[in-house]
Design a protein around this ligand. Sequence first.
Ligand code: NAI
Ligand SMILES: O=C(O)C(=O)C[C@H](O)C(=O)CO
Length: 271
Amino acid sequence: MSETSAETPGDADSPLPGITQFDLTDRVAIITGGSKGLGRAMAAGLASAGADVVLVSRHEDEAVEAAEAIARDFGRKAIGLKADVTHEQAVQSMVERVHTEFGRIDILINSAGINIRGPIDELSFEQFRNVQRVNVDGTWLCSRAVVPHMKHARSGRIINLASTLGLVGLEDRTPYATSKGAVVQMTRALGLELAPHGIAVNAICPGPFLTEMNIPVKDDPQIVQDVVGATACKRWGELPEIQGAAIFLASDAASYMAGSMVAVDGGWTAK
Ligand SMILES: NC(=O)C1=CN([C@@H]2O[C@H](COP(=O)(O)OP(=O)(O)OC[C@H]3O[C@@H](n4cnc5c(N)ncnc54)[C@H](O)[C@@H]3O)[C@@H](O)[C@H]2O)C=CC1
Ligand SMILES: O=C(O)C(=O)C[C@H](O)C(=O)CO
């Protein structure tokens, strides 16, 4: 029989933290692709839990406009910055600017991403490479830029946006599925590497959400059948449905997570 100490969480003197584990008050989060779609929704989710947020986009006006809306809606500090995640120097400058302005970087969400669909013999090498540059190189570059700050703080959260298509294949998706498979493996390898430093690296694997990435194909019956039909919920995901996973992985509640894939995919990959 083992003795339990008075400090054991769960004792009367030391209650389990419960919902307070999800509190992000005064944490600073960078969200790439944060002016649109899932990135914007996750930024709003983090701000609603108390975080200050930095929305990164290639288009400064869009980032600033989205940040102003979040600041107004949630009463947190929110700024928009311009950076192309494929440009090493731009990423580095953006991260240093955030650190100078806020004094800390607690959370990075790598949400910037692109998709190109088509049979392999109708795609150019440049199209294939471009998807890898944004989805893979961009995720790696942004992660590398924040790691020194997180290591110094001995604390951090990196959340990558992978995809169901990082876990399963789909016809006519070689560039995107290749890139998201790489994001899955990057998440696992970096999760292992950084867990000893108190930095939790995990990924969300969303199923189909009706953002700008998918709006152009929303009336294509084959694509709708392939992606919405593949879900158990038989519908597109709605933006609030991505927020909980992001808040969780950004929070203290994820301190025992490393290199995990959290599927928010309507059940697609449960099959
Ligand atoms: N919408 C969906 O059904 C799914 C999306 N995902 C992933 O979630 C992430 C977010 O996607 P959505 O919000 O749906 O797409 P979206 O197209 O609405 O937003 C993506 C954002 O990334 C930005 N971006 C693209 N290239 C960039 C670059 N080089 N530098 C900086 N920003 C860049 C875009 O300007 C845009 O603001 C992506 O990584 C995507 O692959 C994964 C699974 C499903
Ligand atoms: O047609 C596609 O390709 C998609 O719908 C891709 C999704 O956005 C995705 O990443 C998996 O749900």
